[in-house]
Design a protein around this ligand. Structure first.
Ligand SMILES: [Zn+2]
Length: 125
């Protein structure tokens, strides 16, 4: 997609060896990788990728990017149940107008047609 990054926004190392391949069409091998690649896609505003990896049952019509400056991602837990369902708990930190916030979410993913999709998420305090 023409994005030239060195360090991956998700903190997983070199972008070309981390989330880059998924943004360019490779299937993420597990829900944690999918979650990381979606976080990175928010950071670099890849709307098409975010929509394409959102399950059709819950997918919005468009992604609304806010004024967040994303600071980093910490994956706390990745639990796979059976071969088609997984949850990923994470904390993402960001700033808006200089003020720091954290997003703590447990996301649900489903595996269909050889790909992981984001289904929905539940916020934590
Ligand atoms: Zn990454």
């Amino acid at each position: 997609m023409g994005t030239k990054l060195s360090a991956c926004p998700c903190g997983g190392g070199d972008y070309a060896a981390c989330c880059g391949p998924y943004h360019n069409g490779a299937p993420a091998p597990d829900a944690e990788r999918m979650m990381r690649s979606r976080y990175s896609a928010y950071v670099i505003k890849l709307e098409d990728y975010l929509l394409a990896t959102w399950h059709s049952d819950t997918r919005p019509a468009a992604i609304e990017f806010g004024d967040e400056k994303w600071l980093g991602l910490e994956v706390k837990r990745h639990l796979q149940s059976g071969s088609n369902h997984a949850t990923v708990e994470f904390v993402a930190r960001y700033k808006i107008a200089g003020r720091a916030y954290r997003l703590h979410e447990i996301s649900r993913f489903v595996f269909e047609d050889g790909r992981w999709f984001y289904l929905d998420g539940e916020f934590r305090d």
